[in-house]
Ligand binder design. Sequence first.
Ligand SMILES: Cc1ncc(COP(=O)(O)O)c(C=O)c1O
Length: 248
Amino acid sequence: MTTDLDAYWMPFTANRQFKKAPRLLSKASGMHFWTPEGREVLDGIAGLWCVNAGHARPKIVEAIRAQALELDFAPPFNMAHPKAFELAERLVELTPAGLNKVFYTNSGSESVDTALKMAIAYHRARGEGSRTRLIGRERGYHGVNFGGISVGGMVANRKMFGSLLTGVDHIRHTHDPARNAFSIGQPQHGAELADDLERLVALHDASTIAAVIVEPVAGSTGVLLPPQGYLERLRAICDKHGILLIFD
Ligand SMILES: Cc1ncc(COP(=O)(O)O)c(C=O)c1O
């Protein structure tokens, strides 16, 4: 058990404050963590929304063990492991028709930057190389890489890092407590906020815009459900102008 907490520079954490009064978790099972002192803590957010099947599930533990024993790593460049294809096929069966290719990444941040790159490259490959602009949304969170913070809309994540990617603009966010404070499910007001994209098309011209990226349900500046009709309208405006719509 480490006693000096100095060397680990923690992400999204006030390091000096944390290290004065550390909250360490050293064990987990089912839906609980345990602190090093043995206090049981309910894991109300399933890790960071990534342990939804529960901690230390014997079936999962055994599968990880068996795989490490059989083959722990195979390079994915010009070589491959058969199970990577098998997983891709199974994912394609689960996703809606038309979503039929899988590209693996190591994180959400890497996924976002990959998707933005794919959008620009896609247009260029089709002979529309002028479509390089990327449109994000205020209050959006798309990870920590340069692409993601550029299209993201969280000020604290952006302000320290200079001019970020060029050619990025943002539509307005949909958080509207004045009209939607007491909504159940998707809020009633705000579909018209999608029209903000038309304003940016008028400003930049559609021929310069590669993609719009939004979180269908935003999760990092409050969990914000899309207003009724908003995503449908965004989809229609993107289709009208040949802009790709990326759901993160
Ligand atoms: C919508 C969205 N995009 C991207 C990310 C970044 O994912 P990661 O932390 O795996 O890099 C997150 C993470 O919470 C997210 O909520």
